[in-house]
Design a binder for this molecule. Sequence first.
Ligand code: HEM
Length: 202
Amino acid sequence: MEYITRQTQGDFCLLDQRDENLWMDAGMVTSPANWSLDFALGMNFFEWHAPVPKAHEMGIFKRALRFLLAIQYGAPARRLNWSMTVNPILDTSTENYHQWGMQKTTMTPENVGSKQHLRVELQTFFRLPRSNALAFPIRCYLIKLEELVTIPKWGRRLHRVVRDLPIELVTYKGLINTRPLIIDYLSQFDDGAETSPGEWPD
Ligand code: HEM
């Protein structure tokens, strides 16, 4: 696994399936969005998701696990996840918080457009044929807010998402101090028009 994952881009987790659950048995992770592979190793699906607010009470993780347990060989699935990062830093592991956490304090109204990045993860789920484990590759993409707002629909939508995010999620995503700056900046690009469904530019 180490040999293969050193030849490829992105992160990889290997989830063994037993006792109607998934277990984080192995991984090669260099761009985690504020989590730690060392900490999560050996945990099950509910345990490593424990810090995520709201989703447990809403039954989302139970449904997500049921979906993942049913993934068949030859029929992979995918999902997107998002967060935000100051400066284009891929390794925002918990272990390196002392290196990237402080950088949030360097943001000002003048530089927020170039420093604040939307961080999107493309996550895929593949059933492995012999072990019946799930391979979980994660590919992280960062875009500066000033690049993102060149697509009017994205600027409008991100403004509304960050502005209307429940406070528990604002805290969880590490935005509690920087959100006012981000909302102020993005509000210039929200003309109140409707956005079309889906992620593609209009
Ligand atoms: C088996 C594959 C998966 C793995 C290994 C995985 C792993 C993780 C990890 C390590 C975190 C960070 C938790 C922390 O804060 O310490 C996380 C967050 C999260 N996961 Fe998963 N996950 C998987 C599948 C899913 C699926 C299928 C869903 C669908 C509902 C999901 C929803 C979430 C959400 C909503 C968050 C919070 C992210 C945020 O708001 O930034 N995960 N996941």
